[in-house]
Design a protein around this ligand. Sequence first.
Ligand SMILES: Cc1ncc(COP(=O)(O)O)c(C=O)c1O
Length: 368
Amino acid sequence: MMKSFKVPLHAPVVTEEDMKAVADAMQTGWIAPGGPYVEYFEEELKRFSGMPSVVALSSGTAALHLALKAAGVGRGDYVIVPTHTYVATVSPIMYQGASPVFIESEPETLNMSPEYLTKALETLSRKGIRPKAVIPVHIYGFPAKIKEIVSIAKRYGLVVIEDAAEALGAEYEGQPVGTFGDFGVFSFNGNKIITTSGGGALLLKNPALEPKIRFWASHAKENKPWFYHTDTGYNYQMSNILAALGWSQMQRLQEILRKKKEIYTLYNIYMQNTTCKLHILPGKFQANYWLNIAWCEGKKSAREIIKILHEEKVEARHLWFPLHLMPVFSKYMYFGNSETQEFFYRGILLPSGLNIVKETLLFIKRIF
Ligand SMILES: Cc1ncc(COP(=O)(O)O)c(C=O)c1O
């Protein structure tokens, strides 16, 4: 898909330094999961986040899965999630045999509405249902109202797993997202703000859980001189070579964030006097500007604009379609009033990669 677009939505940028780090990892002979670059990368993520424990894994989905397992989520449990997110937020709930409870998102941050979350918890409590965990998401790199969400969750004794897969470098009131909950999750998939081609990290507020997470991530191998198992594990470790790429990209995260903000500022300037408006957050929500969003009110619908851009080989996308309306999840509980359908029909995710040029932004402005 990506290759057919002249301007992809978010293409990875790999520098000479990144290639040197990957070559170095290969020369050390660690062509396997784990290894020195995995440790360097984890140290870098710890320094960046201030969290006491970070485990690099094969994907953000794997990180969510192990967080749910560590939270004790299993068959018959309920886990609260926003309906406006990527399916990967929810799939690990299904892996654990638990049930998602979908919550509507609010228009300011496009993330889980604290009001609907409260309503849901009150209603569930009246029915005698006590969900185990909540997974707030910082969608498109926009921080959720995370302090309110954590405080509501704690009132009801829920474990908080922050899905910051898209939001590395975003902050709420000056604190990095992914560090408010009991667990935080980043993704380093190829289209994210930094990449390991595929990869993720699990941030733990309680470092005592780290050995268990590492155990599950490496096939639950017991510490014996022969293969011996007392539990079922997963093949979720990150490889040394991919960690080298992530470690190298982390060295220039601040530079990447600065450039992303410049792209956002340019979009904001170029979209003045058009029929579309850029999504802008109040100051206490510091986005990482992973993707920019245009809200279009003019004669052309979001769908038509996306079609025109695609004809010109410029990749733009619809916002997420509400998960609770998809056949795979339609039998699960939902709290809200269908607000995110409006996001889907009016919003456009704009190409926002580091290598976007002014001509593309001007071209998009002309279409608006
Ligand atoms: C909101 C969200 N959660 C979870 C994930 C899963 O991350 P990964 O692709 O690394 O498994 C993604 C990304 O793809 C995502 O966008």
